[in-house]
Design a protein around this ligand. Structure first.
Ligand SMILES: [Zn+2]
Length: 311
């Protein structure tokens, strides 16, 4: 039986004044509804559209160099009003659907992001839908969000003062789309009708007792995701983190789109790419690619140098 389910989205927050590996066997396929529709907005913007697409496809290619996908990953992306003000959502992305109990699945009763499900299934399990959907906040470039701060579309890690690296933002969002996303809501309920995601299965309360979230009641999970004591138990991340379980974002006040589906904000030095607020402009995925490996992706993990291969 194949179960499919629309998935929760996560968000990357921007806050004002805070400031060659092996080539993938299959590439990513780009879907631009705005361009297809000749809308003149977003990725079709007459002024910014080309730079936005170039930066977006550059970011996708970075993951493409790390992920050994055998199945094409269709990525739909567009721009939207994701809010205004001094603290806004820069972008959000997710696997469009998640699947469980399909032929080839490594673990029963577990939802997998569709791109990863395709890998195990051996073909496109969801022919009628993109694997990943990402959207970005056009209010940033229209100056209605974050004051005068705008996105920087350069392909380097040095955004000028007063700008936010779009590539850095896009790398973060793509990682969510590849499965870096919890399936637990604020009440501690498993969104998949009681079934966890592959991501959820690695979440544990307390680095010592390591109580799996999947063994808890909803009330227990609700408490655990507010405990500030939430960890990732996957072996590959742990090995890359000096033998220590990596700490996840679980503040006492639950924040939808931020809690659980990120590494702990401000905990890592240098910052993790997958913290819930943008920290720095490095393109280094740091622990994020090991986490995708733990989930089951075939990943070109770094050997001695922990950085992206650029240019
Ligand atoms: Zn995020």
């Amino acid at each position: 039986m194949i179960m499919r389910l629309a998935f929760v989205t996560t968000v990357l927050l921007g806050v004002l004044a805070t400031c060659p590996q092996a080539v993938a066997a299959q590439q990513f396929n780009f879907i631009y509804p705005e361009v297809t529709g000749s809308t003149g907005i977003g990725f079709d913007d007459p002024t910014l559209g080309t730079a936005r697409r170039t930066a977006w496809e550059f970011a996708v290619a970075q993951w493409g160099a790390r992920v050994n996908n055998t199945q094409t990953i269709n990525v739909e992306s567009f721009w939207d009003n994701l809010g205004t003000g001094s603290s806004v959502t820069l972008g959000r992305a997710s696997s469009v659907l998640v699947f469980r109990d399909f032929t080839g699945v490594p673990q029963a009763g577990t939802f997998y992001a569709s791109g990863l499900a395709n890998e195990f299934f051996g073909s496109d399990i969801n022919t009628d839908s993109p694997e990943i959907r990402a959207e970005f906040n056009h209010q940033v470039d229209t100056l209605n969000a974050l004051g005068s701060t705008v996105f920087y579309y350069g392909l380097d890690e040095s955004p000028p003062a007063g700008t936010i690296s779009f590539v850095r933002t896009a790398l973060h969002e793509l990682c969510h789309g590849l499965g870096f996303s919890a399936g637990v809501n604020s009440a501690g309920e498993l969104l998949g009708g009681g079934f966890p995601t592959a991501f959820d299965r690695f979440l544990v309360l307390d680095a010592t007792t390591q109580t799996p979230l999947t063994t808890m009641s909803d009330a227990g999970r609700s408490s655990a995701i507010r405990s500030d004591n939430l960890y990732w138990s996957g072996a590959t991340v742990t090995a890359a983190n000096g033998g220590n379980l990596a700490r996840m974002h679980a503040p006492a006040t639950y924040v939808s789109g931020s809690s659980v589906s990120h590494f702990k904000l401000g905990h890592y030095n240098p910052p993790e790419m997958m913290e819930p607020s943008l920290s720095g402009a490095s393109f280094d995925p740091r622990l994020a690619d090991e986490l995708l490996f733990d989930l089951g992706w075939s990943i070109n993990l770094p050997s001695s140098v922990r950085s992206w291969t650029l240019y």
